[in-house]
Design a protein around this ligand. Structure first.
Ligand code: F6R
Length: 609
């Protein structure tokens, strides 16, 4: 993880660096630092804690200079501390580096450097790069960087300064994101677009192995062998406000409220003009190619994995293709049985998650066709997959994923309908009613979002519980898993989700008087069974909050509280049922005084294994 920024131009670098870092804090926030050329020397300022701590430290003594780099850290090697904060430098401070990723062979390199007399100040893997630059510098910054890149192994985005060559910044990447923002008489470097969008929409998205020399008037890109690379300008199609809170207290709340728009945007252009069918002509696979697919793997991490679990129901039930859903970190090491008739669907909001990217590469190596569902245009996963379907959720900044999840669901449902129609496994009327239902979802979510007072009350009432349990069957079970994850990650309540029928095989022992149980009962075909499971926990004096469909008059008899969601097709209800769970987690976190957008130990984009 970690967020990186760089500036070179005619203006003061520090204000841009600090502002850019604030937009990247979702990538890590345990320490922060900047390095700026000031009166012929590189001045480094850094400290443990949030960016605000650095800002306070610099309030009356901001480094002055027009060339600089910055970093906000999520610790991997070396605990959060002043010394381990980036930027890192060699002993005399002539070579300075910020790094996102892991230098896997740093110990061997460090030992060799220590033998040669280098003194290390931090416990990080990253510092080794600054010393390698010093050790190999021969008067040519670019050539030295190339030499060093040949020595290091691992994943990285790296940005370098060299005191001897103050009019340039060099940057490169492998398996971690990096963009260059193109300005007039100034250029910007960042891990992600929100850091530069207020300055420019014109960007170069860096690819693995590319090395850029950035000056105030030019960006020159080459590969490690010195072959020049001509880059295409990528115009970002959203604006700076999209990366701001827009009056909401937290990004998470803003993003929950953006779901109707995100879903509309994601559906746009994917429904035929007559409004009756799904249209994925953006995929250049023929109907025959789809018909040939006899197995689907869906691979992802975290919330995206939970979306994938629903994808399994969609593809199996609507397109009648067997589906395996895998956690990416497991899939990549389990030798899955795959051939060219398999389709591996990779789901990732960021498009940069290290395990998910590795799983995609593994699926390709094994001969699978691959399709990425991602929110970030030009991300590593988007570039690596055979086909990409973008979710148009807009930038998701809060660490807890919300709008990305619902847009992933809608894409998988639409794809399943599309494939179901191609394979003639889905009757035309059913497809039509699903498409009609899909179009109504944004408005239904909007209505839900207008009636959340009851949820706030529950969050205050139960927000100080130590544990919470989430139950559901079938599609509700997958949604329960997502609800529990939201609760865990932002409120730190120990929340577990179970397939309701599994309770009596062990978990029931944990149900004690007063423990909150959130029971999802939106699936008609398993409704009675779910009610039986609710009675099991009620008999042990749990407090049950049910999520049920509007018009369900009987559920009130069995539970303590009910949150109703609009009635919709069974495949669409997850899109609605997850809303109260997102909000419950949000308001519970507020009740407990948690930092919703920056939960402890977490960062948004997990670009390390
Ligand atoms: C939880 C959350 C994470 C991500 C996971 C995968 O709210 O956001 O569990 O879903 O880290 O990230 P992406 O989708 O970017 O690959």
């Amino acid at each position: 993880m970690c967020g990186i920024v760089g500036y070179i131009g005619e203006k003061q670098a520090a204000p841009f660096l600090l502002d850019g870092m604030s937009k990247l804090e979702y990538r890590g926030y345990d320490s922060a630092g900047i390095a700026i050329f000031e009166r012929g020397k590189i001045r480094i300022e850094k400290c443990v804690g949030r960016l605000d701590a650095l800002k306070q430290k610099l309030a009356s003594n901001l480094p002055e200079g027009t060339v600089g780099i910055g970093h906000t850290r999520w610790a991997t090697h070396g605990r959060p501390s002043d010394r381990n904060a980036h930027p890192h430098a060699n002993s005399n401070g002539d070579f300075v580096v910020v790094h996102n990723g892991i230098i896997e062979n740093y110990l061997v390199l460090k030992e060799a450097l220590v033998e040669k007399g280098h003194q290390f100040l931090s416990e990080t893997d990253s510092e080794v790069v600054a010393h390698l630059l010093e050790e190999n510098y021969d008067g040519d910054f670019e050539e030295t960087v190339k030499k060093v890149l040949r020595m290091i192994e691992g994943s990285y985005s790296l940005v370098f300064l060299c005191a001897q060559e103050p009019n340039k910044i060099i940057c490169t990447k492998k398996d971690n994101p990096l963009v260059i923002g193109l300005g007039q008489g100034e250029n910007f470097i960042a891990s992600d677009i929100p850091a530069i969008i207020a300055k420019t929409r014109r960007t170069y998205i860096m690819n693995d192995g590319e090395i850029a020399t950035v000056t105030k008037d030019s960006v020159w890109v080459q590969d490690i062998n010195g072959t020049p690379i001509s880059k295409k300008v990528f115009e970002v199609n959203w604006n700076a406000e999209a990366a701001e809170k827009g009056g909401f207290e937290h990004f998470m709340l803003k993003e929950i409220y953006e779901q109707p728009k995100a879903l509309r945007d994601t559906m746009t252009g994917r429904v035929t003009k007559d409004g009756k069918r799904i249209d994925f002509s953006e995929l250049n696979w023929t109907a025959e190619e789809f018909a040939d697919i006899n197995k689907i793997f869906i691979v992802a991490c975290g919330t995206s994995y939970h979306a994938g679990m629903l994808g399994k129901y969609y593809f199996e039930q609507l397109a009648r293709v067997p589906v395996e859903v895998d956690i990416a970190s497991e899939f990549r090491y389990r030798s899955p049985i795959i051939d060219s008739n398999c389709l591996t669907i990779i789901v990732s909001q960021s498009g940069e998650t290290s395990d998910t990217l590795a799983a995609l590469k593994e699926a390709r190596r094994l001969g699978s066709r691959t399709l990425a569902i991602t929110n970030v245009v030009g991300s590593s996963i988007a570039r690596e997959a055979d086909q990409v379907v973008y979710t148009y959720a807009g930038p998701e900044i809060a660490v807890a994923s919300t709008k990305a999840y619902t847009t992933q669901l809608i894409v998988m449902l639409m794809l399943a309908i599309y494939v179901g129609e191609i394979k003639a496994t889905l009757p035309e009327e059913k497809a039509l009613s699903l498409v009609q239902g899909l179009k109504a979802v944004p408005e239904q979510i909007h209505t839900l979002l207008e009636n959340i007072e009851q949820l706030k009350v529950f969050a205050t009432q139960y927000g100080n519980s130590q544990d919470a349990f989430y139950l559901g069957r079938s599609l509700d079970y997958a949604v329960a898993l997502e609800g529990a994850l939201k609760m865990k990650e932002i409120s730190y309540i120990h929340a577990e989700a179970y397939a309701a029928g599994e309770l009596k095989h062990g978990t029931l022992a944990l149900i004690v008087e007063g423990v909150p149980v959130i029971a999802l009962a939106t699936q008609d075909d398993v409704y009675d069974k779910t009610i039986s499971n609710i009675q099991e926990v009620k008999a042990r004096d749990a407090v049950v909050i049910a999520i049920a469909l509007e018009g369900d008059d009987s559920i009130g008899k069995y539970v303590d509280h009910v949150i109703f969601v609009p009635r919709a097709d069974k495949y669409l209800t997850p899109l609605l049922a997850v809303l109260p769970l997102q909000l419950l987690a949000y308001y519970a976190a507020l009740t407990r005084g948690c930092d919703v957008d920056k939960p402890r130990n977490l960062a948004k984009s997990v670009t390390v294994e």
